[in-house]
Design a protein around this ligand. Structure first.
Ligand SMILES: [Zn+2]
Length: 237
Protein backbone atom coordinates (compact mmCIF):
# COMPACT_ATOMS: atom_id res chain seq x y z
CA UNK A 1 0.00 0.00 0.00
CA UNK A 2 2.95 2.33 0.60
CA UNK A 3 2.65 4.20 -2.66
CA UNK A 4 5.42 6.41 -3.91
CA UNK A 5 4.21 9.94 -4.10
CA UNK A 6 7.05 11.72 -5.87
CA UNK A 7 5.33 11.25 -9.23
CA UNK A 8 3.14 14.07 -10.40
CA UNK A 9 -0.38 12.95 -9.56
CA UNK A 10 -1.83 15.72 -11.68
CA UNK A 11 -0.50 14.21 -14.89
CA UNK A 12 -3.34 13.02 -17.14
CA UNK A 13 -3.77 9.26 -17.07
CA UNK A 14 -3.72 9.10 -20.85
CA UNK A 15 -0.07 10.10 -20.73
CA UNK A 16 0.92 7.27 -18.37
CA UNK A 17 3.72 5.06 -19.52
CA UNK A 18 2.47 1.58 -20.05
CA UNK A 19 -0.82 2.64 -21.63
CA UNK A 20 -0.46 1.38 -25.19
CA UNK A 21 -0.71 4.04 -27.88
CA UNK A 22 -3.53 2.11 -29.48
CA UNK A 23 -5.59 2.36 -26.28
CA UNK A 24 -4.90 6.09 -26.02
CA UNK A 25 -5.98 6.78 -29.60
CA UNK A 26 -9.02 4.52 -29.14
CA UNK A 27 -10.05 6.49 -26.03
CA UNK A 28 -9.68 9.81 -27.85
CA UNK A 29 -11.82 8.62 -30.76
CA UNK A 30 -14.50 7.22 -28.47
CA UNK A 31 -14.74 10.37 -26.38
CA UNK A 32 -15.02 12.43 -29.54
CA UNK A 33 -11.70 14.32 -29.35
CA UNK A 34 -11.33 13.27 -32.98
CA UNK A 35 -14.76 13.81 -34.54
CA UNK A 36 -16.45 11.29 -36.88
CA UNK A 37 -14.87 11.26 -40.37
CA UNK A 38 -12.04 13.60 -39.27
CA UNK A 39 -8.73 13.17 -41.05
CA UNK A 40 -6.03 11.70 -38.82
CA UNK A 41 -2.84 13.41 -39.91
CA UNK A 42 0.33 11.64 -38.94
CA UNK A 43 2.06 14.92 -38.05
CA UNK A 44 -0.75 15.92 -35.67
CA UNK A 45 -0.78 12.53 -33.99
CA UNK A 46 2.98 12.52 -33.66
CA UNK A 47 2.85 15.86 -31.84
CA UNK A 48 -0.15 14.94 -29.72
CA UNK A 49 1.09 11.58 -28.48
CA UNK A 50 4.82 12.30 -28.67
CA UNK A 51 5.65 9.12 -30.53
CA UNK A 52 7.13 8.20 -33.91
CA UNK A 53 5.34 7.53 -37.17
CA UNK A 54 5.63 3.77 -37.16
CA UNK A 55 3.91 3.15 -33.79
CA UNK A 56 1.15 5.53 -34.93
CA UNK A 57 0.70 3.65 -38.17
CA UNK A 58 0.63 0.37 -36.28
CA UNK A 59 -1.96 1.64 -33.77
CA UNK A 60 -4.19 3.05 -36.51
CA UNK A 61 -4.02 -0.20 -38.45
CA UNK A 62 -5.24 -2.11 -35.40
CA UNK A 63 -8.07 0.38 -34.93
CA UNK A 64 -9.16 -0.23 -38.53
CA UNK A 65 -9.77 -3.81 -37.45
CA UNK A 66 -11.95 -2.50 -34.64
CA UNK A 67 -14.08 -0.38 -36.95
CA UNK A 68 -12.98 2.93 -35.43
CA UNK A 69 -10.58 4.06 -38.16
CA UNK A 70 -10.62 3.86 -41.96
CA UNK A 71 -7.85 4.09 -44.52
CA UNK A 72 -8.34 5.70 -47.92
CA UNK A 73 -5.62 5.32 -50.54
CA UNK A 74 -3.99 8.69 -51.31
CA UNK A 75 -5.83 10.37 -48.45
CA UNK A 76 -4.64 8.45 -45.44
CA UNK A 77 -6.33 7.60 -42.19
CA UNK A 78 -9.55 9.06 -40.90
CA UNK A 79 -11.94 8.43 -38.03
CA UNK A 80 -14.69 6.05 -39.12
CA UNK A 81 -17.79 8.11 -39.97
CA UNK A 82 -21.09 7.56 -38.19
CA UNK A 83 -24.30 6.58 -39.93
CA UNK A 84 -27.66 5.13 -39.06
CA UNK A 85 -26.91 2.03 -41.08
CA UNK A 86 -23.68 1.49 -39.13
CA UNK A 87 -25.44 1.96 -35.79
CA UNK A 88 -28.10 -0.59 -36.77
CA UNK A 89 -25.35 -3.01 -37.67
CA UNK A 90 -23.64 -2.50 -34.30
CA UNK A 91 -26.96 -3.01 -32.50
CA UNK A 92 -27.64 -6.17 -34.50
CA UNK A 93 -24.20 -7.58 -33.73
CA UNK A 94 -24.43 -6.64 -30.05
CA UNK A 95 -27.77 -8.40 -29.74
CA UNK A 96 -26.31 -11.54 -31.34
CA UNK A 97 -23.22 -11.54 -29.13
CA UNK A 98 -24.78 -10.40 -25.85
CA UNK A 99 -27.83 -12.64 -26.01
CA UNK A 100 -25.66 -15.71 -26.74
CA UNK A 101 -23.28 -14.77 -23.92
CA UNK A 102 -26.08 -13.89 -21.48
CA UNK A 103 -27.86 -17.17 -22.12
CA UNK A 104 -24.67 -19.09 -21.34
CA UNK A 105 -23.98 -16.95 -18.26
CA UNK A 106 -27.46 -17.58 -16.90
CA UNK A 107 -26.92 -21.31 -17.40
CA UNK A 108 -23.46 -21.46 -15.89
CA UNK A 109 -23.11 -18.42 -13.61
CA UNK A 110 -22.30 -19.11 -9.96
CA UNK A 111 -22.66 -16.88 -6.92
CA UNK A 112 -19.52 -14.96 -7.85
CA UNK A 113 -21.15 -14.05 -11.16
CA UNK A 114 -24.25 -12.90 -9.28
CA UNK A 115 -22.16 -10.85 -6.83
CA UNK A 116 -20.28 -9.24 -9.73
CA UNK A 117 -23.55 -8.12 -11.31
CA UNK A 118 -24.89 -6.71 -8.05
CA UNK A 119 -21.64 -4.79 -7.44
CA UNK A 120 -21.57 -3.44 -11.00
CA UNK A 121 -25.22 -2.34 -10.76
CA UNK A 122 -24.48 -0.59 -7.48
CA UNK A 123 -21.58 1.34 -8.98
CA UNK A 124 -23.53 2.30 -12.11
CA UNK A 125 -26.45 3.53 -10.00
CA UNK A 126 -24.13 5.54 -7.74
CA UNK A 127 -22.45 7.26 -10.67
CA UNK A 128 -25.65 8.08 -12.57
CA UNK A 129 -26.79 11.25 -10.77
CA UNK A 130 -23.44 12.98 -11.30
CA UNK A 131 -22.77 11.58 -14.79
CA UNK A 132 -23.09 14.94 -16.54
CA UNK A 133 -21.14 17.07 -14.10
CA UNK A 134 -17.99 17.06 -16.24
CA UNK A 135 -15.99 14.98 -18.72
CA UNK A 136 -14.42 12.86 -15.95
CA UNK A 137 -17.74 11.94 -14.32
CA UNK A 138 -19.20 11.16 -17.75
CA UNK A 139 -16.29 8.84 -18.51
CA UNK A 140 -16.62 7.19 -15.13
CA UNK A 141 -20.38 6.72 -15.60
CA UNK A 142 -19.82 5.24 -19.06
CA UNK A 143 -17.24 2.86 -17.63
CA UNK A 144 -19.66 1.70 -14.96
CA UNK A 145 -22.41 1.20 -17.54
CA UNK A 146 -20.12 -0.83 -19.79
CA UNK A 147 -18.82 -2.80 -16.80
CA UNK A 148 -22.39 -3.74 -15.90
CA UNK A 149 -23.00 -5.15 -19.37
CA UNK A 150 -19.70 -7.04 -19.13
CA UNK A 151 -20.65 -8.41 -15.68
CA UNK A 152 -23.97 -9.71 -16.99
CA UNK A 153 -22.22 -11.87 -19.57
CA UNK A 154 -19.16 -12.55 -17.41
CA UNK A 155 -19.90 -16.25 -16.90
CA UNK A 156 -20.34 -17.12 -20.57
CA UNK A 157 -17.04 -18.99 -20.59
CA UNK A 158 -15.94 -17.59 -23.95
CA UNK A 159 -13.08 -15.11 -24.10
CA UNK A 160 -13.91 -14.42 -27.74
CA UNK A 161 -17.53 -13.51 -27.03
CA UNK A 162 -16.32 -11.20 -24.25
CA UNK A 163 -13.76 -9.58 -26.54
CA UNK A 164 -16.32 -9.11 -29.31
CA UNK A 165 -18.76 -7.52 -26.88
CA UNK A 166 -16.06 -5.10 -25.68
CA UNK A 167 -15.20 -4.11 -29.20
CA UNK A 168 -18.82 -3.56 -30.21
CA UNK A 169 -19.46 -1.59 -27.07
CA UNK A 170 -16.55 0.75 -27.92
CA UNK A 171 -18.14 1.34 -31.31
CA UNK A 172 -21.52 1.94 -29.68
CA UNK A 173 -20.28 4.59 -27.23
CA UNK A 174 -19.63 7.09 -30.03
CA UNK A 175 -23.32 6.98 -30.92
CA UNK A 176 -24.49 7.06 -27.33
CA UNK A 177 -22.49 10.25 -26.85
CA UNK A 178 -24.40 11.92 -29.68
CA UNK A 179 -27.71 11.78 -27.91
CA UNK A 180 -26.33 13.03 -24.60
CA UNK A 181 -28.11 10.49 -22.46
CA UNK A 182 -29.36 13.11 -20.02
CA UNK A 183 -32.04 13.83 -22.59
CA UNK A 184 -33.18 10.27 -22.20
CA UNK A 185 -34.33 10.39 -18.59
CA UNK A 186 -31.66 8.96 -16.31
CA UNK A 187 -34.36 7.30 -14.21
CA UNK A 188 -35.62 5.39 -17.21
CA UNK A 189 -32.08 4.36 -18.08
CA UNK A 190 -31.51 3.05 -14.54
CA UNK A 191 -34.83 1.19 -14.55
CA UNK A 192 -33.90 -0.50 -17.83
CA UNK A 193 -30.78 -1.93 -16.25
CA UNK A 194 -32.47 -2.86 -12.99
CA UNK A 195 -34.93 -4.90 -15.01
CA UNK A 196 -32.12 -6.59 -16.92
CA UNK A 197 -30.25 -7.42 -13.70
CA UNK A 198 -33.38 -8.77 -12.05
CA UNK A 199 -34.18 -11.07 -14.97
CA UNK A 200 -30.60 -12.35 -15.13
CA UNK A 201 -30.42 -13.06 -11.38
CA UNK A 202 -33.80 -14.82 -11.51
CA UNK A 203 -32.35 -16.88 -14.38
CA UNK A 204 -35.25 -15.97 -16.66
CA UNK A 205 -33.26 -16.48 -19.80
CA UNK A 206 -35.93 -15.83 -22.46
CA UNK A 207 -37.15 -12.65 -20.75
CA UNK A 208 -33.60 -11.38 -20.21
CA UNK A 209 -32.79 -11.94 -23.87
CA UNK A 210 -35.94 -10.08 -24.96
CA UNK A 211 -34.93 -7.22 -22.66
CA UNK A 212 -31.43 -7.05 -24.21
CA UNK A 213 -32.97 -6.92 -27.69
CA UNK A 214 -35.18 -4.03 -26.65
CA UNK A 215 -32.38 -2.27 -24.77
CA UNK A 216 -30.10 -2.24 -27.81
CA UNK A 217 -32.64 -0.19 -29.76
CA UNK A 218 -32.68 2.72 -27.27
CA UNK A 219 -29.85 4.59 -29.00
CA UNK A 220 -31.32 3.97 -32.45
CA UNK A 221 -34.74 5.23 -31.37
CA UNK A 222 -33.34 8.28 -29.56
CA UNK A 223 -31.20 9.28 -32.55
CA UNK A 224 -34.12 8.75 -34.94
CA UNK A 225 -36.13 11.21 -32.87
CA UNK A 226 -33.35 13.79 -33.10
CA UNK A 227 -32.26 15.43 -36.34
CA UNK A 228 -28.76 14.02 -36.08
CA UNK A 229 -28.79 11.98 -39.29
CA UNK A 230 -29.51 15.08 -41.35
CA UNK A 231 -26.46 16.66 -39.75
CA UNK A 232 -24.36 13.78 -41.05
CA UNK A 233 -26.05 14.09 -44.44
CA UNK A 234 -27.39 10.58 -44.01
CA UNK A 235 -30.72 8.89 -44.01
CA UNK A 236 -31.42 5.19 -43.50
CA UNK A 237 -28.50 3.91 -45.52
ZN1 LIG B 1 -27.06 -0.54 -21.17
Amino acid sequence: MAKRTHLQDSEPRVQDDGVPLEARVRAEIIRGAFPPAARLRMEDLKARFEVGFSPIREALSRLIGEGLVEFEPNRGFRVAPLSREDLLDIALARVAVETAALKRSIEHGDDRWEAGIVAAMHQYRRRSPIAFTNEATLLSWEESHDALHAALIGACGSSRLLALQRRLQDQHVRYRRLIVVKEVAQEVHIEEHEKLVELALERRSADAIAEIERHMMITVDALDQSSIWEKFGETAG
